[in-house]
Design a protein around this ligand. Structure first.
Ligand code: BES
Ligand code: MN
Ligand code: ZN
Length: 469
């Protein structure tokens, strides 16, 4: 589907366009109407305009695509007056058009890689949505930005939705290269021999149960001044998570091809940041490994020395994400970062805590916590904090090593914080750091009005963060 714009008023566009007419009237909800001259209109009641919040607005925009597809509309003309929704005014025209473009394209996404009959072949396909009545300079800017960000988020979804069999750590590195091909982003991939030299023993331990070699992917975008310290984004790239020897029960494993969603989001964010030509320096790091079951796999009780020198007892082989990320966080220090954000599908417990509404964020930096909540609202990738107080460290002290990867009393309480507290031991000191447990937003819900599977979050959040710094 293409997004276009025209100076023409909606009443003047070519006859092939179906015109979207919004109103407050719930009775006109979702109806296709044919006029005497044969032009089609789609009437959409959206409720009281004054009640349309940014959160509701995103869903409203997504439902336009759903409606057009349901009615087999091929060409849709839209004229959404900016002044219609008073609650959006403070965000400005650039934000409004960016949000529209983003959510139209996110809603249009389908994952068809493994379908033999591509949808849309027989049925009519939505080909174009055209914005009427001209866009001013600010609006145009938002309109273009939104398309760049949504394309990146949809690429993230393609990568994440791919089966573990077709997305090994090496294939993830190849996907990063492909995604960033037409940009100025430089990519370095460390193989296992290099990782051994780097002493990334925790990351290597996670991947030691499979022949698929572990990879550390580093992407650098230098859009800012040379001396400027970069924002570093670190993503969990577990290409399949069986749980290891502490194997997952059936019912909990089938969607674990999505366990590289954090890494895929970092790759997508790098693409958007580069395509938007942000005048910032941003480094993306993806710790890529497969957590497999085999005689070579790490055992519960094994002890490894992390890149930062701390020894870690693996009490549970299914708490592998924090091991992989620990070394990636240590590695991030060499870039002299001004801020570090890690993104990971780290714990099922985060779904217990927050449901599927928000990314869990953990940071000792209150200013950064506030910023991530605010940017969540602005971008649509909502975030909500959990504490990482000192008190949460004690249960992670191992009897035989410095640290254990889960609480030594095997308590199931506060599982998400436990993950964040573990990672805190590896985040470089004196650098603002936040951990995003994105497991709640790994998969779309019916209320999201998105295709089932990967959401492509939190690409929008990471891009707005890079813009805001
Ligand atoms: N990848 C999982 C977390 C996960 C589970 C994400 C469900 C999305 C949906 C992670 O590696 C894991 O297995 N975590 C364990 C931690 C436990 C062993 C302390 C979990 O959540 O059970
Ligand atoms: Mn796991
Ligand atoms: Zn995992």
């Amino acid at each position: 589907m293409r997004l276009t714009s025209t100076e023409k008023d909606i009443s003047k566009v070519a006859k092939k366009y179906c015109r979207l007419v919004v109103s407050e009237d719930p009775a006109s909800n979702h109806r296709l109407v044919e006029a005497a001259d044969g032009t089609l209109s789609y009437k959409m009641g959206v409720g009281k305009y004054k009640d349309v919040t940014p959160r509701k607005f995103r869903l409203l925009v997504r439902s336009i695509v759903r409606a057009a597809k349901a009615h087999q509309v091929e060409y849709l003309a839209v004229q959404l007056s900016n002044s219609l929704f008073p609650q959006l005014q403070e965000y400005g025209e650039r934000w409004v058009l960016r949000t529209i473009a983003e959510n139209l394209l996110l809603a249009n996404y389908e994952f068809t890689k493994y379908k033999t009959k591509k949808t849309g072949k027989q049925a009519k396909e939505l080909k174009e949505i055209c914005f009427c009545n001209g866009l001013n300079k600010e609006a145009k800017r938002g309109f273009v930005e939104g398309q760049v960000v949504a394309a990146a988020a949809n690429t993230t979804r393609d990568i994440a939705n791919t089966s573990g069999a077709d997305m090994s750590p090496r294939q993830l590195a190849a996907a990063a290269k492909k995604t960033l091909k037409a940009t100025s982003v430089k990519i370095k991939v460390h193989n296992e021999a290099e990782l051994k030299k780097l002493k990334a023993n925790l990351l290597l331990a996670v991947g030691q149960g499979t022949k698929e070699p572990t990879q550390l992917i580093t992407m650098s975008y230098m859009g800012g001044k040379k001396a400027e310290r970069p924002l570093v984004l670190v993503g969990k790239g577990i290409t399949y998570d069986t749980g290891g020897l502490n194997v997952k029960p059936s019912g909990a494993m089938h969607d674990m091809h999505l366990d590289m969603s954090g890494g895929a989001a970092v790759i997508g964010a790098m693409q958007a940041i580069a395509k938007l030509k942000l005048k910032k320096n941003v480094i993306g790091i993806v710790a890529a490994a497969e957590n497999a079951v085999s005689a070579e796999a790490m055992r519960a009780g094994d002890i490894f020395t992390a890149m930062n020198g701390k020894t870690v007892e693996v009490l549970h082989t299914d708490a592998e994400g924090r091991l992989a990320l620990a070394d990636a966080l240590t590695y991030s220090e060499r870039f002299n970062p001004k801020m570090i954000i890690d993104v990971a599908t780290l714990t099922g417990a985060s779904l217990v805590a927050l449901g599927q509404q928000a990314h869990a964020i953990m940071t000792p930096d209150e200013e950064l916590q506030r910023l991530l909540i605010d940017l969540g609202e602005e971008s649509g990738d909502y975030t909500w904090p959990l504490p990482v107080w000192e008190e949460y460290q004690k249960p992670l002290k191992s009897t035989r090593a410095d640290l254990a990867n889960i609480a030594t009393n095997f308590s199931r309480f506060g599982g998400t914080i436990e993950g964040g507290a573990f990672l805190q031991n590896f985040a470089p000191k004196n650098v603002p750091w936040a951990h995003i447990d994105m497991a709640p937003r790994m998969e779309a819900t019916a209320e999201d009005k998105l295709a089932k599977g990967a959401t492509g979050e939190p690409v929008r959040l990471l891009v707005t963060l890079a813009e805001a710094l």
